[in-house]
Design a protein. Structure first.
Length: 247
């Protein structure tokens, strides 16, 4: 049995997976573990030229997304699919009814949804650091989507210096380059600034009491994000007003 310890990212897993695949190691002979668990490679195949392996681009795209899913079961799943693509059916990903493919698609969908929520629910607060303007946000993603989601903010807010802090890692934009750092604590982010009222006015203006569906709203606007969203403080009041108008 081979114990494969990898960092929790696509690059680390991909390097190990290519080595095992080029050595013909079947999925059942590998136990995948996260690096911090302290496992070692044992009885691993000799290094080979894995760059010669041909991997379908669709698999790379899928694997990059699934790698962000916050569950270690993703690693054996991805290797199993990769091994089957090579030895069983190069068009495996087109079979949506396949159990492995279906599970990977569910993970991919969850990651993409998490990225969408990341883009929608980040709220920057203005602070000054050594007389320089800096915008800081706190966000709590469900998955490991910091590096996948944050380039969006560099494109959208490229002229401002910002940091996005999360318990899964942080992103920092200096108007030229995005860098990443270790996870942060909620207390490291500011609680409020002078833009809070803007968000509340904006949210009140777009709120339609006649289209209120509380369950649907909470699904699209998860309660766990409310503490970091200034407009969320209005929701209980707006719900009461909507319900009084409908009664």
């Amino acid at each position: 049995m081979i114990h494969a310890s990898v960092e929790n990212n696509f690059e680390s897993w991909s390097s190990a997976a290519r080595r095992f695949l080029s050595g013909g190691v079947p999925p059942g002979q590998i136990v995948w573990t996260d690096e911090e668990q302290g496992s070692l490679f044992t009885d691993s195949p000799a290094s080979t030229n894995s760059t010669a392996l041909s991997v379908p681009p669709a698999f790379v795209k899928l694997a990059e997304a699934v790698s962000c899913f916050d569950d270690s079961s993703k690693w054996p799943l991805l290797y199993r699919i990769l091994f089957r693509l090579k030895t069983e059916n190069r068009h495996l990903l087109e079979i949506e009814s396949d159990a492995d493919v279906r599970e990977a698609r569910i993970m991919e969908k969850a990651v993409n949804r998490d990225v969408h929520k990341f883009h929608a629910f980040v709220r920057f607060r203005r602070v000054e650091v050594e007389a320089e303007e800096l915008f800081v946000a706190w966000h709590e993603p469900l998955h490991l989507t910091v590096q996948r989601a944050t380039p969006f903010f560099a494109r959208r807010f490229g002229t401002m210096k910002f940091s996005i802090l999360t318990p899964n890692g942080c992103a920092h934009w200096d108007k030229k380059t995005m860098t990443y750092s270790e996870p942060a604590a909620r207390t490291m982010a500011p609680d409020a600034d002078d833009t809070e009222e803007f968000w509340r006015v904006y949210y009140r203006s777009i709120f339609n009491p006649f289209r209120l569906k509380i369950k649907a709203m909470k699904k699209e606007f998860p309660v766990r994000h409310w503490p970091t969203l200034p407009e969320a403080s209005l929701i209980p009041e707006l719900i009461r007003e909507a319900q009084s108008k409908g009664s």
